[in-house]
Design a protein around this ligand. Structure first.
Ligand code: ZN
Length: 159
């Protein structure tokens, strides 16, 4: 299996998985077209546009953005993801919606908010975000908190 940040399928019954720690797991499906995708969006993936690329790949397989159901899973939140000021500027130059501040008042990035803004611009309206921050939740793996390599697995498939 090559190392990739997104996978797309038009085969029903095939489950796609995405493994994350603090990055954003993104699950996409167009049930009518029978096309699904899973993506891993960290800060670099947000800037590189991995989610728009996954949506374009789905569209090339017959999906329509207005039919796509998008769900993002547990990830480190914008109040916890501290970054240097220059790094925030670099990210928000590409995606302004990712601009955030930590709960202690320093520059931060909200990758989930950035991903949702990208999906919104693509016309994907059926979106929801898991209300869980991996750093704040003891029940979820967080590399930033634990410095170990546990992973969350998120799955998407079409019957
Ligand atoms: Zn948090």
């Amino acid at each position: 299996m090559p190392e990739v940040d997104a996978v797309v399928t038009a085969r029903r019954g095939l489950a796609l998985a995405v493994l994350t720690a603090d990055c954003v797991p993104v699950l996409l499906a167009d049930p009518d077209a029978g096309v699904a995708a899973a993506a891993h969006a960290g800060r670099p993936g947000l800037v590189a546009g991995v989610v728009p690329a996954a949506v374009r790949a789905m569209v090339s397989l017959g999906a329509a953005p207005e039919r796509i159901v998008a769900r993002t899973g547990p990830a480190v939140c914008g109040r916890c993801y501290e970054v240097p000021e220059a790094m925030r500027a670099e990210v928000t130059a590409v995606e302004p919606a990712a601009h955030a501040e930590t709960s202690w008042g320093t520059p931060a990035v909200d990758v989930s908010a950035g991903v949702h803004a990208q999906l919104d611009r693509l016309g994907v309206c059926d979106r929801a975000q898991a209300p869980v921050c991996t750093l704040e939740s003891e029940n979820h793996f967080s590399y930033r908190r634990d410095r170990t390599t546990g992973r969350l697995a998120s799955y998407v498939w079409l019957d």
